[in-house]
Structures are given as C-alpha cells and as structure tokens.
Write a protein that binds this ligand. Sequence first.
Ligand SMILES: Nc1ncnc2c1ncn2[C@@H]1O[C@H](COP(=O)(O)OP(=O)(O)OP(=O)(O)O)[C@@H](O)[C@H]1O
Length: 373
Amino acid sequence: MSAEERLVSADAGGPDEQVIEAALRPKRLDDFIGQQRVREQLSLVLHSALRRGRTPDHVLLSGGPGLGKTTLAMIIAAELGKPLRITSGPAIERAGDLAAVLSTLSEGEVLFLDEIHRMARPAEEMLYMAMEDFRVDVVVGKGPGATAIPLDIAPFTLVGATTRAGMLPGPLRDRFGFVAHMDFYEPAELEVIVKRSARLLDVRITDGGAAEVADRSRGTPRIANRLLRRVRDYAEVRADGVITRELARDALTLYEVDERGLDRLDRAVLTSLLRKFGGGPVGLSTLAVSVGEEPETVEVVAEPFLVRQGLLARTPRGRIATPAAWAHLGLTPPPTAPMAGTLFDLGDAVEEGAGKGAGKGAEQGDDQDSVIS
Ligand SMILES: Nc1ncnc2c1ncn2[C@@H]1O[C@H](COP(=O)(O)OP(=O)(O)OP(=O)(O)O)[C@@H](O)[C@H]1O
C-alpha cells in the first residue's frame, strides 16, 4: 500500500484534492489556526519590514507534509501585498533554471521554493549569492573561455520549505533570517480547522462531530480536511447530512481509521507485532513479511506515526511494542513481553535504535539503519 492510497497519508493528493485544498486555505495570518508562536514571530518579521519599507528577511519553514507551509507562504505574500512565485527544489535541475526564475522577479516579490533540500548543488550555490547580495553570476561559455557575467536581481523574499531541515547545508540555513519549525497540531486546533472547513464546504457539523474528526487526523490539517470530506459523504448518503460525533465515529470506522488515527496498515503492523511476535523484538523484514508488505512500506509509511504515538519503538534488537500498544488493541501482554509491567522509557529505546551503527550484533541486521522520522 503506497502513501498516496491512504486516507490518513499527509502527502498531497491528486489534482482534484489540490483544488479543494486551495479553496480551504486561510488567506491571512489572522485566519491561520494554531502554530501560535510561529504566527506571532512571523507577524513581527513582516510588519516591521513593512514599516521600514524593506523586504523582510528570508523565511525557512520546516515541518512535515500537510502542516501548512504552502499556506503560510501564500499568506506571507498576501500580508506584504506582493505577488508570489512558486517553484520547487526538484524543478530546479541546473543553475540556469534558478537564474531564469530569479532574473524575472519583480521588486519585493515572494519566491516560494518548496522542497528546497532537493535543489541541485550548483543552483544552491547560486542561491547563496542571490539571497545575500541580490545578485547572481551567470556563466557564459564552457571550459577555459567561460566567463561569469554578474546580473543584478530585484530585492525579493525567499520562503523555503522543507520536510527535512536536517538535510539543508549549513550555509543555506544560515542565510535565512527567520526559521520556523511547524509542529503537529493539537486536537483542539484541528477541531477549529475542521469547523472552518465545514463552513466553507457548506457542511453541517456539531462540536462533537468536529472533535471526533480532529482526534483521528494525526495532528495534520490536510488529513483533517480529507477525513471531513469522507465523513460528509457518509452523512449525505446514510443520514440527514449533519455530522454528529456518533456519525463521524461510524463513518471513520467504516473507512478503517480508528480513534487514534491508525488505519488498516498501522493496525496490521501492530497486531502482527503483538500477536505473532509477542510484542517483539522482531526485525523489520520479518515484520513486513508477516503483514504482506515491503519493508520500506512498513518503515516509511506505517512506523513513523506508530513511533510518534508511543506504540512502537525501534531498538538495536528489533521492533518492540510498548505497553500502550497492548492497551490500544485491547490485548494483555504476556509476562515475557518486552517491558511488560515496567515503566517504559521510549526516549532511550529510540535513541539506541537511531544511532548510526547501533547494535552491531543486532538480532535483525535490517533494523540497523532505522532512523526515527
Ligand atoms: N493552520 C491552518 N489552518 C487552516 N487550514 C490549514 C492550516 N494549515 C494547513 N491547512 C490546510 O491544510 C491543507 C494542506 O496545507 P499546505 O498545502 O499548506 O501544507 P504543506 O505543509 O505545504 O504540505 P506539503 O509539505 O505537502 O507541501 C490546505 O488545504 C490548508 O488549507
């Protein structure tokens, strides 16, 4: 099962979903829900630049998919009253691609560079100079006869977005005057987002209905909006169109999204770990075979959320279930289960498992490169 096929995937959906997402985006900072510290800090950066009549510092937004980075980039342009140009790291394969974008920017324009960590190296170096001096060197010709022609560009604000801040080279990160880390949202914040989206989609929802959708949305607005649309379908076909808590619960049970936001794959991995392997430790490949999936799918698609929820830990000896996993699936751990009846320090287990080269004599070699995402 790929990430795109999952209702609870935080990755962007197809073109149809993107049209709906665009309609649901808050347009101004005041409408942006949650991320209070980021919002306040950003508001200061933007408004002080506006008062001074200068372009604000470049902004780096880091955080998982679907948390609102694109939305914030659009809001930044709107607050500044400037146009927004959108491109992405993978679209910039050569320095010339970047030069073409930079040289056509108008004064004060906001350039949104999504997935900035995936930009080609030579383009990255060109970007350093553009960010600092609003100038690029365009190289004409090849070999010994090549000449660098300096080209002035209009002062602009770069908004870079990345899901992997750790992969950005230091010199690039240092050129951003403001770095914002976007966290997962609290259920109460998601509840407000769900209600706002329901209003825009002309869907009737009770407080309880919104809370139920929010609780199952894995801390991510994109997932909340997607679940809301599926629950709306259910409400329209099977009921009178109003989303109550009970209806949301029934609908999401039908879509196999449980009360903590786990879906069928997550639960299959967890169930197998508990029922077939007594809670572990078990190696990634063995666990993946037991649920009929590729190891990569289990590792990339299912595990990060299970780890985040404190249900599964990656250790040098393999994957283990935490006491919370037994409780979530309503099962009693056997006395031999890892850490049964003890207080479980997830932090230690995670760190051991994540360390490079950790666990040379690990029970399952396929767990050694695991990194907690
Ligand atoms: N704080 C928020 N308030 C209301 N809606 C939000 C908020 N954050 C995100 N959304 C909604 O969630 C959806 C996804 O947001 P967005 O595209 O900005 O995420 P992203 O972080 O850029 O994702 P990706 O990394 O995949 O590009 C949009 O429909 C947006 O309206």
